[in-house]
Design a protein around this ligand. Structure first.
Ligand SMILES: NC(=O)c1ccc[n+]([C@@H]2O[C@H](COP(=O)([O-])OP(=O)(O)OC[C@H]3O[C@@H](n4cnc5c(N)ncnc54)[C@H](OP(=O)(O)O)[C@@H]3O)[C@@H](O)[C@H]2O)c1
Length: 352
């Protein structure tokens, strides 16, 4: 076994960081330490340090001797209630606490990677120029991404180590316990509607139903992130990373209806957070009927994520041209990915 790279992965219990840490851990030439306050739900075998990145003294005490780190992957983000702004000061402080502690002592540092996303273009706020390209001017913000990027750009001047950043769109994965997830929302919504004898109607807006959308499977992002951190041509570059294809919910929804054995309904715009508020008893009936893992509805889907996912009336499209030109050619068929993930959760007895 050859081990020559040592990675710190901040946010190793989150959607992005968990998959990245597990992927790195599966490779022969990496040692990995995952950083988060809590272990990932369901556990994994990635070595981890339990650290509160918002507490500088905690970071210094627990990571102040990590002088043999060669790669830092920053995929943490502080807690926020879905639909409210993410706290910029805390997110920037967490980032700085880690960087200020490890970068000065890591004498063999090779690379720092900062996770980002399509929010970098303001695509969550309103229509932006699409396909979004990495050289697009910054939107008026505010954004913790911009502050983290500015900080690392200033720090890397004259240094031997390089930087990169990935800009994914909505993440999809099958790790346990992800509630801010389009997969969970679709499966749980279908189960409840079916139990109520109602058709599989699209709960978002008419505009969103017909707009172009894309998503990013977590493993696709993990592979792209490792590529970026190791390919010399990617030094000091940022890349959109998506599955590499586009879809419209209006094309997928009828196929989803077939999969769940339901009639397709019309677009029926409804705030799912309100709609689901009194559906706990229905969900418990679903669990009993299908012998699912017993858990409350709020533990399987974050319904407020509905607004972010299914109300934008505009195309959300990032260009993958730059990543392809630089050498990343992996493509995930999003339609097949949905059914693969639905199958996974069905087999795992999370959803019927
Ligand atoms: N999810 C998406 O659909 C999506 C899409 C595009 C871009 N992105 C971007 O990808 C990056 C990662 O997002 P994500 O969705 O993976 O986030 P996430 O699932 O919310 O996970 C956040 C991670 O940060 C850790 N964390 C939060 N506060 C911490 C603290 N004080 N100390 C230590 N660790 C802390 C959490 O661990 P503990 O709670 O255990 O501490 C968790 O591991 C972000 O920049 C996000 O904007 C995400």
């Amino acid at each position: 076994m050859k081990v020559d790279k040592k990675a710190l992965v901040a946010g190793a219990s989150g959607v992005v960081g968990r998959c990245l840490a597990e992927y790195l851990h599966s490779l022969d030439d990496w040692t990995v330490i995952g950083l988060s306050r809590q272990p990932p739900i369901g556990g994994n075998d990635v070595p981890r340090v339990d650290v509160d990145l918002s507490d500088r003294r905690d970071v210094q005490a627990k990571l102040g001797t990590q002088s043999d780190v060669t790669h830092i992957f920053y995929e943490a983000r502080f807690d926020h209630v879905e639909g409210t702004p993410e706290p910029i000061d805390t997110n920037v402080a967490m980032f700085r606490n880690l960087i200020d502690t490890v970068v000065p002592i890591a004498t063999n540092l090779v690379h720092v990677h900062t996770g980002s996303g399509h929010k970098n273009y303001g695509l969550h706020k309103g229509p932006a120029r699409t396909p979004a390209r990495e050289d697009a001017p910054r939107y008026p913000g505010p954004s913790f991404y911009y502050e983290q990027e500015d900080y690392i750009h200033a720090l890397r001047m004259g240094q031997a180590w390089s930087w990169s950043s990935a800009r994914p769109t909505g993440l999809c994965d099958t790790a346990p316990g992800i509630t801010r997830s389009m997969i969970s929302l679709i499966c749980a919504y279908a189960a409840i509607r079916k139990e109520l004898g109602l058709p599989f109607s699209f709960p978002g807006t008419e505009g969103n139903y017909h707009a172009l959308y894309q998503c990013t499977e977590a493993l696709q992002l993990a592979k792209a992130t490792v590529w970026m951190a190791t390919a010399p041509a990617c030094a000091n570059q940022d890349f959109n990373i998506t599955n590499g294809d586009l879809f419209r919910w209006s094309n997928l929804w009828p196929k989803f209806a077939d999969y769940f054995g339901m009639a397709l309904g019309p677009v029926e715009t409804v705030d799912l957070a309100d709609y689901m508020a009194d559906k706990e008893a229905v969900w418990q009936r679903v669990i009993e009927k299908h012998a699912l893992i017993p858990q409350p509805l709020e533990r399987v889907a974050m319904w407020s994520y509905w607004r972010h996912l299914w109300t934008p009336d505009w195309d959300i499209v990032s260009s993958m041209t730059k990543a392809r030109q630089f050498g990343f050619h992996d493509i995930v068929d999003s339609e097949a990915m949905f059914f693969r993930m639905f199958d996974h959760f069905r087999a795992a007895k999370v959803f019927p």
